[in-house]
Every structure is written in C-alpha cells, then in structure tokens.
Design a protein around this ligand. Structure first.
Ligand SMILES: Cc1cc2nc3c(=O)[nH]c(=O)nc-3n(C[C@H](O)[C@H](O)[C@H](O)COP(=O)(O)O)c2cc1C
Ligand code: SF4
Ligand code: SF4
Length: 250
C-alpha cells in the first residue's frame, strides 16, 4: 500500500504530498499527522510512504517529529518532501532522513518544494502553481521507476549535521469582533494551545505559530500581530523574492 503522510497546518504540504502520491498510485491512502494520533502505527516491508513536512526555521517542526516517531517500519521505503516558503530548507531533508532511519524506513527519494509562506502569504503567493504540479508529476514518474527497479542506493542530501538550532520568536495572535466563538480554531489547533472556553486565550508555551487558526477561521477573525508580520514580511521580501525551483534527489 502507498501512503501519503503529512503534517500540514495550512494545507500546502498536504496538497504537494498527495499530488506525488496520486501520480504514483491513485489508490494511495492518507495519514494526517497534523493532529495527534491515538496510537502507534506499523508499516509492512512492501508498503511505501511519501512523507511531507513544512520547514520551520530550516528544520522539521518538533510536533511533526513527535508524531512521526509513532510510526514503525520494517525497512519500508520512503520518499520525503520538505515544503518551504521560498526562503530555505536548510537541514530539514537530512533531519527527515535521520528520522526515517530511526524508525526503520529507507529513504529512496527526496523532494524540496516551494509553497506560499504560511506566516507571510505574499511570499510565493501562488505556489504551488500549475508548473509546480506538472514538475511534481514528472518527479513522481522518476520515483516510480526507482521503486519498480528496486534500486536502493543511500541518498546524499543537502544539509548539515548537527542541525541548525531552531529558536522561534512566537507570533502574538489576536482575534477581532467578528469572532462568533465557533471554536473551530480550538478544535483544529495542532498544538492544543487555544483555551477550550475562550478562543482569545492562547497558551504561548504550546503555540508553534503554525497559522492554522488564522487560515481556517470562517469569520477571518484571527490575525497575527500586524507589527510582527509586517516586519517579517519586509525582511523576507528583501531576502527571498526570487523564483526558486523544486528539486528531486534520487
Ligand atoms: C513557524 C514557521 C517557520 C517557518 N520557517 C520557514 C523557513 O525556515 N524557511 C522557509 O522557506 N519557510 C518557512 N516557513 C514557511 C512554511 O515552510 C511554508 O509556508 C509551508 O508551505 C507551510 O506548510 P503548510 O501549508 O503545510 O502548513 C515557516 C512557517 C512557519 C509557520
Ligand atoms: S475559528 Fe474564528 S470565529 Fe471561530 S472561535 Fe476561532 S477565531 Fe472565533
Ligand atoms: S494557536 Fe498557535 S499552534 Fe494553535 S493553530 Fe494557532 S498558530 Fe497554530
């Protein structure tokens, strides 16, 4: 069985991971690790997983790591995808490869992919676009050939060990008068950081600034602190407005 597995607070990683899976085998199953798993899962030697994460500070998000560690393999083949917001993916692919090895998955291919920046959506705003989707389909065809031919060389991926330190500056979140207390954000927060009675209360020790609550609010009532967002936007527009390309490592 082929599985598309992803941690994807604002859905771009899910879209990209499922695009590759569908192009390899349209009967694939999905496993969403954005919310907690109720129990550990095991994979067979002849299963294949496609595992996608969004890059946070050049690393794998800690919650994505925690949930991936509940998956146990038996030398099961894996294709890994690091989705980033047009700045850099730095050590994310080597970190994913190490996590796969730790859980007994064998990485046979890797993709770096660009998507809309979830904190500053004007960066890479329209990505993945149709060209990106076509690129992913072409990459999937190469990966499928490697799977069919049973080729298993160890991949050398870009990135450093030890990995860079992730030192996030949490983004203060506010809600405005349009909030109708529907509690959708609370139910879908990957970190269980939103108070169950008052959605304006956020436990900042849990919040990972993933922007899911901003993205999914049906009333568009939640926002990141405008000053923090505009200063990050100014920095990102200076350093990463160029058009970067998807990469395949095989
Ligand atoms: C907390 C946080 C840190 C991020 N760090 C990076 C980064 O280091 N490099 C980068 O290019 N994009 C970075 N991004 C952007 C995301 O990797 C990108 O928008 C990704 O597509 C989000 O995936 P999702 O839609 O599945 O949540 C970051 C986003 C967040 C929320
Ligand atoms: S999803 Fe939006 S409207 Fe619903 S509780 Fe959260 S902030 Fe309020
Ligand atoms: S409260 Fe924080 S962790 Fe929860 S959805 Fe919002 S940004 Fe993400």
């Amino acid at each position: 069985m082929l599985y598309a597995i992803y941690f994807s607070p604002t859905n771009t990683t899910a879209t990209i991971t499922k695009t590759v899976a569908k192009a390899i085998d349209h009967t694939y199953q999905t496993l969403d690790l954005t919310m907690p798993l109720s129990s550990s899962l095991s994979f067979e030697p002849d299963d294949v997983i496609i595992w996608g994460i969004p890059v946070y500070g050049g690393r794998v998000p800690a919650l994505a790591t925690k949930r991936f560690m509940q998956l146990h393999a038996q030398h099961t083949k894996a294709i890994i995808i690091a989705v980033y917001g047009n700045r850099a993916y730095e050590d994310a692919l080597v970190e994913m490869q190490d996590l796969c090895n730790a859980q007994n998955f064998q990485v046979i291919g890797a993709i770096s992919a660009i998507a809309k920046h979830s904190i500053v959506p004007t960066i890479a705003a329209k990505r993945p676009d149709q060209d990106d989707i076509n690129t992913l389909k072409a990459m999937a065809s190469q990966l499928q050939s490697k799977l069919t031919n049973q080729q298993t060389s160890t991949l050398i991926l870009p990135g450093n060990r030890p990995y860079k330190t992730y030192a996030p500056k949490p983004i203060h979140l506010i809600i405005d008068d349009n909030c109708n207390h529907c509690m959708t954000c609370q139910k879908l927060c990957p970190a269980q950081a939103i108070d169950t009675h008052d959605p304006s209360l956020i436990d900042t020790s849990r919040c990972i600034s993933c922007m899911r609550c901003v993205d999914i609010c049906p009333k568009q009532a939640r926002h990141g602190d405008p000053d923090a967002i505009s200063s990050l936007a100014a920095r990102l527009h200076t350093i990463c407005s160029d058009h970067k390309s998807y990469e395949l490592f095989i």
